[in-house]
Ligand binder design. Sequence first.
Ligand SMILES: C[S@@+](CC[C@H](N)C(=O)[O-])C[C@H]1O[C@@H](n2cnc3c(N)ncnc32)[C@H](O)[C@@H]1O
Length: 243
Amino acid sequence: MKIDILTLFPEMFETFFTTSIIGRATSEERVRLQAVNFRDYSKNKHHKVDDYPYGGGQGMLLTPEPIFDAISDVTKNDNPRVILLCPQGERFTQKKAEELATEEHLVFICGHYEGFDERIRKHLATDELSLGDFILTGGETAAMVMIDAVVRLLPGTLSKASSHEDDSFSSGLLEFPQYTRPVDFRGLKVPDVLLSGNHAKIAEWRRTESLRRTLIRRPELLETADLSEKDLKIIAQLKTEPL
Ligand SMILES: C[S@@+](CC[C@H](N)C(=O)[O-])C[C@H]1O[C@@H](n2cnc3c(N)ncnc32)[C@H](O)[C@@H]1O
């Protein structure tokens, strides 16, 4: 996969590109990441990339030309998904990360100041994605979050031991509770079933606890999760128990 990030602050990505899972995916050449400073495409003698909004109002907007030119440079030979980071966009989810992980080339456009000239939104972006209902200073941190979620899904990026299939949302449910050593920490004990060595029983306990946690914390996820007859019976039983 190739990922290009159009930004005014490429230095923000230096550590991100080389650390942890992203660093490994890069060094193993599963992904080629590039931060492109679209200020380099400004034809203005002061390299300006923003201007006042027509009609008046507060703040500055990113002008179209440098971003249009940077996009045509990074998309010379293909037709990638062009993602505009934008608080007004569709909310980013694990499902969206899974969908993006199947693409060969992604381009992220990081906004700044008061936002973008509308022509960037209308004529360049294939997707507008938001991290949530809050306003960030720029799209860079949102791009990092989304790229992290996508790259860890690329085949071979995670080791089998840390596979993402049980992660919350991957299965449509929240993940079950997890424990590690010691068995007894200041009187707080690990559930016996996890020490039993009985894999079928452990899998059953995990499924039940995953359903319980989802029912308590995010019941709306149960409406779209892939549930078996057995799951539905467990949920019916859980609903009769004190939460
Ligand atoms: C200060 S914000 C501009 C907000 C804009 N005035 C509005 O009300 O929609 C600057 C940039 O940060 C990024 N940004 C801010 N909040 C975001 C969010 N929740 N999700 C994704 N990107 C965001 C976008 O790229 C945006 O153009």
